[in-house]
Design a protein around this ligand. Sequence first.
Ligand SMILES: Nc1ncnc2c1ncn2[C@@H]1O[C@H](COP(=O)(O)OP(=O)(O)OP(=O)(O)O)[C@@H](O)[C@H]1O
Length: 555
Amino acid sequence: MRLERVGRRHGLRGRWILREVGLDLPAGALVRVVGTNGTGKSTLLRLVAGVDAPTEGRVTGRPPRTAYVPERFPVALPFTAADYLVHLGRVRGLGRAAARARAEEWLERFGAGEHARTAMAELSKGTSQKVAAAQALLAEPSLLVLDEAWTGLDTGARAELDAAVRGRLAAGATVVFVDHDPRRLAGEPSAVYEVRDGRVRERENHEPTRPAPGAPAGPAPGVPAGPGSRVPAGPGSGAPAGPGFRVPPTPAPRSATPPRPPNPAGPRPPRPDHRLRRPPPAPRRPPRRPGRRAGRRRPGVRRPHHRPHGGRGALGRAARRAPRRLLAHPSPRPRRRTRMTALLRYQTGLLLRSQRWLAPLLLYVAVLGVGISVGEPVLGALGLTAGALLPVTAWSVRICVTQEPPAARNVVAAAAGRGRAHLAALVTGTVLPVLVGGVAVLAVTATGNRRGVTALAAATAGLLAVLACALTGAAVGALVSRPFVRAPGWSLSALVLGSLLALVTTGSPAKHAMTALITGARTPIADPPWFAAAGAVLLAAVCAALACRATARLE
Ligand SMILES: Nc1ncnc2c1ncn2[C@@H]1O[C@H](COP(=O)(O)OP(=O)(O)OP(=O)(O)O)[C@@H](O)[C@H]1O
């Protein structure tokens, strides 16, 4: 993974927090980032994790499975610790049973097993930090970004996190971390970068180089790296010149290469700087335990380094029931569809458990209750049913887009990508009002005065109008929320104004659909608003694409 001339500032005219950052983050590297408060360490880690996009420059080669522990982990999530971990595990592509088993395993390892069923809001700071660490380690990431992840952990949990970091490194993952305790993993980092005055510079001879996993011991502590050490970029080096940018070493002349030992099976000469090379691949299988019959192991199946013991309660039962097959494949390659389904489930869980859906639903019911009178022609009532859904959907979309605390959003964005996480919020905020509107259409059709219009024709026209209005409302909701409008006051004002305009502006799919129904109520002929529904699908798709793209690029 590589950062090339990366810069970050907030807002068009904000000051540059980071500028001209160039970093190589090879597989198997443990990278420490240091600096005083407010210099931009967390900003750098967010860029590395992919939860923030650079204002300039580019980040390439990010490993597919990224996990991020934010500096401040949010507790204001309406889940229990275990449920949250299961959601995150599923977002990362684990099946339900495997996600439960891993949640159990990591909570136990961090000494928080008894808090599996505790609501996140009731967790102590240290325990919620354990949940934060657990979510990152659930699916064995290939890039692990830890922003002061040890803060607040007790001694045992700190040691466990140290061990987990070493485990990931041994498996070839890249780990980037910030911790204000200089003793944290002292002597082990492959490189230490200091953030100061908006620049990132590598500290030379910071501490002993961590030997690559399985490789012979590297240079002794304090011994300067040999050929291949970092040199400042200079003219003609062929690399972008910028502070902190590490230039690949000039290959030493052949004659200067130390002779290889005559026996190819013998020990290899020590590597002067393993950071510039790929570390040797992690052993595919742990050594076989003595006494175990060879025939009992299926070839190619890895055993997890830690088998959940399955404590008491539902989680324990789930862990014991978890298919061994799932646990034996610790690095699933999640399919995109699976991830999106898991994201939708997570967003729906957030919405339903937070009860924020209650206010828009009550508004909708109230408008229908006041607006629809007994004996009114059914098509007119259906027009109101559809029209009232527009602001309700815009509101619902806004709720879904803003309901997560930023740190929780970053955790999900690291796991699934910013754009996809945003799309899941938009879809969740749209689907639930559409379902409510569909039920309302059926109820109105069943009870209304049809005046010669068949129930099927009325319901079809009503459902299409509901779709047209809900999708237009979703487009409004997407445009008046993050990332386009962030301030809550402006966002709400824009929502009200945008909804009104969408209902009365000629050419709006919602207005077209409502007009078709209200005109049909006078005739009475039910003219299904197909074009309005198709136009609304197009409008919502364009607005969602714009919002997701802007989220991925701007946030
Ligand atoms: N959303 C934001 N808008 C404007 N400025 C921001 C934003 N986020 C961070 N900053 C600024 O960026 C600078 C770097 O912040 P950052 O959190 O990266 O520092 P840090 O080195 O991690 O600090 P600490 O050691 O205290 O955690 C700070 O001056 C902060 O005020």
